[in-house]
Ligand binder design. Structure first.
Ligand code: HEM
Length: 386
């Protein structure tokens, strides 16, 4: 059974996820409502069927809250409902088209070159010299990705604000302090965009300015797309880069092509471990029967470690052209930032192969929550990949 609300800071979450799907492919609803589907086949089917969708039904957690707390939570949920990932139907189609347009042109040879320069400088660190891979490799690269979207001057500040929103989204339990902090951050992101749109630092912000001025979208939607792009890009990309430092051994690095390594790192790491859906019509999931509006939690993190789909799931190996991992989702919400994330990870893997070194982690600290994989510390050193 998967301990959904457990503290994973001192536990190996990869093994916990792999064991859970092997032992028990379905799990009953927890406090946030809705059963869990853990197997790759079920998760893929539900991500690509019209029986469920991403738009939230009534918020059943409001009942236990005071009037003030319920109002704050509703305000945050209203903002999140503008995000492509939490919407569906006609609005989602328009929002997704807009975000795809916003991201067009962000994957450039310059971005890959800047990341490669950064990696080559770090990989020149003498073998055995201890450093924090998170601080020295993953975070600076994540900042480069955000700088492509919003410009270098404010990238760090905007990442800080988006982290407050991500902390709330990643929290296993309802926490009013996190909700209040997320709302304050959203207000600051909106006021940043209001000013930045008058002298846009990047083409992405110039396009966001048009969304802001378009009465069929408006400031709320523009702020929502800005926020989803930053939270959607920074944390999972930083995490994937950390998974390379945490899990990639010399043998795999030297024997496998970069494209295979890249997909295996995303599969093993699966930074976003859950996708939530709501039934649109009666549907059966294993032993559970969902009625319209019922919630179902699709566990991407276990699906990617399901031995039926990925034998010896904790190993990094060439899995051929068979089943594709679900790290970026599937179906109509498939991640539009996947190319950006893949480009950055590929640059790191290529630099490691060229330098013929791997990172040997000695001390790993992760954030406690299960819904997202995020690192706190990754101390270790480079060793020659002999
Ligand atoms: C390692 C990096 C990344 C991972 C693992 C990841 C993962 C995902 C997943 C699993 C979904 C689908 C969620 C669902 O179906 O409920 C998604 C959607 C999305 N991602 Fe990513 N993502 C990454 C990078 C990015 C980047 C770089 C951006 C933008 C700059 C981005 C923006 C989005 C957006 C806007 C959506 C919503 C799409 C829609 O609903 O139509 N992501 N991502």
């Amino acid at each position: 059974m998967l301990d959904v609300f457990g503290d994973y800071s001192a536990r190996d979450p990869f093994t916990a996820l792999a064991d859970a799907v092997r032992a028990c492919p379905y799990q009953a609803a927890a406090e946030n409502g809705g059963p869990y589907a853990l197997r790759a086949a079920d998760v893929r089917k539900l991500l690509t069927t019209g029986d469920v969708w991403a738009q939230r039904s009534a918020d059943r957690r409001l009942a236990g809250l005071s009037e003030r707390d319920a109002a704050r939570r509703t305000e945050l949920k209203r903002f999140l409902s503008h995000w492509p990932v939490f919407s569906d139907g006609e609005y989602h189609r328009r929002a997704r088209r807009t975000v795809v347009r916003l991201l067009r042109g962000t994957v450039t040879p310059e971005l890959a070159a800047t990341c490669t320069e950064l990696f080559e400088a770090r990989l020149a660190t003498p073998p055995g010299e201890r450093f924090d891979w998170l601080e020295e490799v993953a975070r600076p690269t994540g900042r480069e990705v955000i700088a492509t979207l919003v410009g270098r001057a404010d990238a760090a500040r905007l990442i800080g604000l988006s982290e407050a929103v991500m902390d709330e989204l990643a929290a296993a339990h309802l926490d009013m302090t996190l909700i209040d902090r997320a709302l304050e951050a959203v207000a600051e992101l909106r006021s940043w965009l209001e000013t930045a749109r008058t002298d846009p630092p990047t083409p992405v912000v110039a396009k966001l300015a048009k969304v802001w001025d378009d009465p069929s979208f408006g400031p709320e939607a523009a702020t929502a797309y800005l926020t989803q792009m930053i939270t959607g890009a920074y944390d999972p990309t930083t995490t994937a880069l950390c998974v390379v430092g945490d899990r990639l051994g010399a043998q795999a690095l030297l024997q496998l092509p970069v494209a295979v390594l890249r997909e295996e790192v995303f599969r093993l790491g699966t930074p976003f471990r859950f996708a939530t859906r709501y039934a649109r019509r009666p549907v059966s999931v294993g032993p559970y029967r969902l009625e319209p509006d019922d919630r179902i939690n699709l566990c991407l993190g276990t699906a990617n470690l399901d031995p039926e789909a990925f034998p010896d799931p904790l190993e990094i190996r060439d899995r051929g052209k068979g089943i594709r991992p679900l790290s970026f989702g599937a179906g109509k919400h498939y991640c539009p930032g996947a190319l950006l994330a893949r480009t950055v990870l590929e640059a790191l893997l290529t630099s490691l192969q060229k330098a013929r070194v791997v990172f040997e982690a000695e001390h790993v600290e992760r954030e406690p929550e299960l819904p997202m994989l995020r690192y706190r510390k990754l101390l270790g050193s480079l060793v020659p990949a002999a």
